[in-house]
Write a protein that binds this ligand. Structure first.
Ligand SMILES: [Cu+2]
Length: 481
């Protein structure tokens, strides 16, 4: 086998014991003697779901064919539609998916990777890449998923994300600007990810969400957000060995055999196994990929190396130990911040520290047809307070329900499991400038549940929140390229 472009990448690949996995990542179902460099060069393109592109139309047709074929497989076939969805969850609960943990990104990336391989194999189209639904640029669901005669159709509560703050540029810009792998991932999950599931609703909002063909396009967008943040915006993943070596499993490859991928291996998938057609997310524009050998190698090296990223909490101020609230009523929590804590918060340099409201929840609420908006210093905040109010900081949503089962054992390796983070750095700065926030004025935090559809499914749904804290964590400064 001759490798004209990526000689030394290969040398490095094969001296490592993950060499064979790498080979598999690149070649997939292609023949074993395929030129690795060629395979990487021609790896599938995951395009932005849109109208007016013959290539995207072709991808949608291939995807539809794959879905039809998976639905036609014998029920016991592990590649079949329901078996694939079952890896993630069934109507009675989540199964192996990682939510609220530090493996949210890598678990779902590996899940999509093997699913795409099955689609490629069944349609005999080895260049097929899953299209991604960029809800920021195209908030409406693509019409191909709305035709009741199509296998891509499923009953949903809404056909557009328009009306949800979570996918707007105002919501996404600060998240994509977060240079910390952990806090970036946690916010991306709690805000756009969970909101899209719940707002679109129907099966997509349930534990069985992967049964909706649109699930894969939504998660492909989540994966693109991670890839854009990492490969295009130059942020680093953590190189913590416990994270890198974590094995994500319970997947099924194109041959129907058990498959897995470590978190470390998934970091290179968008570089080796598939590529994203770049598009804008919020104010972050589409970028033209430079594909010289040098650029590629530099990027590969950087991704492989990661960085010593941790989630360091410099200051933690407890607002409430436990709050059991009814979603029909906003809660306002006033806190007796010590003079010391308060002056530290007010004097923080936003270039050096980020401030979050951090919220743990004890269990999933019985319904999840709402988002929770977070305000600072506005005790009168209600569901009619607009998101452009200067006291508004952000919002998060829950994913799952209504038939809640306890979280699967063994997923709590992260101290912040089921934790939501809302970045309040900008809100604090704004309120400080307007003199609303100053020493001597009580500091308060409001949590305002807002129903997706104008009214709650069940107004008396109980929300049990624990450890509502204000935390500060240092901004990660990425070293220059
Ligand atoms: Cu999801």
């Amino acid at each position: 086998m001759r490798v004209p472009i990526l000689d030394d990448i290969n040398r490095r690949v094969f001296v490592k014991d993950v060499g064979l996995i790498w080979m598999g990542l690149a070649l997939g179902t292609m023949g074993g003697c395929e030129d690795l460099a060629e395979a990487i060069k021609h790896r599938p393109i995951r395009r932005r779901l849109r109208t007016g592109s013959p290539q995207v139309d072709h991808d949608i047709a291939t995807y539809r064919e794959a879905v039809d074929k998976m639905k036609a497989l014998a029920p016991g076939d592990l590649r079949s539609w329901l078996k694939q969805a079952e890896i993630h969850g069934t109507p009675s609960g989540f199964n192996f998916c990682e939510h609220g943990t530090i493996h949210f990104f890598d678990w779902h990336r590996a899940y999509l990777f093997y699913f795409e391989k099955i689609c490629q194999d069944l349609t005999k189209d080895k260049k097929f890449g899953l299209p991604y639904w960029n809800w920021n640029q195209n908030p409406d669901i693509h019409s191909a998923f709305l035709d009741p005669a199509s296998s891509l159709y499923m009953a949903r509560s809404r056909n557009s994300m328009t009306g949800s703050w979570s996918i707007t540029t105002a919501a996404l810009d600060p998240i994509l600007a977060d240079t910390n792998f952990y806090t970036f991932g946690s916010q991306l999950e709690g805000t756009p990810h969970n909101n899209v599931h719940g707002y679109i609703g129907g099966t997509l909002g349930s534990y069985a969400s992967a049964r909706d063909p649109l699930f894969w396009m939504h998660h492909c967008m989540i994966d693109y957000c991670w890839a854009k943040w990492n490969l295009e915006l130059g942020n680093n993943n953590t190189n913590d060995a416990a994270w890198v070596n974590h094995d994500n499993s319970h997947f099924v490859d194109a041959a129907g055999a058990a498959a897995s991928a470590t978190a470390g291996v998934t970091t290179l998938m968008p570089l080796i196994s598939y590529q994203y057609e770049s598009s804008a997310i919020g104010s972050s524009p589409a970028v033209e990929w430079k594909k010289t050998k040098h650029d590629y190698e530099k990027l590969e090296k950087k991704i492989r190396k990661g960085a010593n990223i941790r989630f360091d909490v410099k200051q933690r101020i407890r607002i409430s130990q436990r709050a059991a609230v009814s979603i029909g009523r906003p809660v306002s929590m006033q806190t007796g911040l010590s003079v010391n804590d308060f002056s530290r918060l007010l004097s923080l340099d936003p270039a050096k520290d980020r401030v979050f409201v951090s919220i743990d929840f004890a269990q999933l609420p019985a319904t999840s047809d709402f988002a929770v908006r977070v305000f600072i210093g506005l005790p009168s905040a209600s569901r009619s307070t607009p998101t452009d109010d200067p006291h508004f900081a952000g919002s998060f949503a829950f994913f799952g329900g209504p038939a809640a089962t306890p979280p699967r054992a063994g997923t709590s390796e992260h101290q912040g499991q089921n934790m939501f983070l809302v970045n309040i750095t900008e809100t604090l700065q704004r309120l400080k400038r307007s003199q609303e926030l100053k020493e001597g004025v009580p500091f308060s935090v409001q949590l305002v549940p807002v129903p997706f559809g104008g009214k709650f499914e069940r107004e008396d749904t109980q929300l049990v929140l624990e450890k509502i804290d204000i935390i500060t964590t240092p901004v990660i400064i990425n070293p220059p390229e």
